[in-house]
Design a protein around this ligand. Structure first.
Ligand code: FE2
Length: 109
């Protein structure tokens, strides 16, 4: 698991399994807040799930964050994605900072 508690860019992944679903919450800057300004912000998060024994990660979703202070409105770089599956596997999350580039994390579920 990436060091999301000490590095503000690493996606924190929190997964809850209930009634045949995986509820995947991905948060950037959970412990150390990442700036959100027009000049410096998290632009997107992508979430993938790779079922155990399957060759490739499957893209669950892409999430864009587009409010960076217009009229004091800011999107928080966090998302919840729900997947219907009973399978075990690995959740991957990637985040993109417009200044510091691509970051990733994964979690066995
Ligand atoms: Fe950054």
């Amino acid at each position: 698991m990436g060091d999301w508690k000490n590095e503000k860019h690493v996606p924190g992944i929190h997964v809850e399994r209930k009634d045949g679903e995986l509820v995947i919450k991905t948060i950037i800057g959970e412990e150390i807040e990442h700036p959100n300004t027009l000049e410096h912000h998290i632009a997107w998060i992508k979430v993938f799930f790779q079922p155990e024994g399957f060759k490739f990660p499957i893209e669950v979703g892409s999430f864009e964050f587009n409010a960076h202070g217009e009229e004091e409105v800011f999107t928080k770089p966090e998302v919840v994605a729900t997947v219907k599956t009973d399978k075990k596997g690995t959740v991957y999350a990637m985040s993109y900072c417009n200044i510091h580039g691509l970051w990733e994390n994964s979690e066995e579920v």
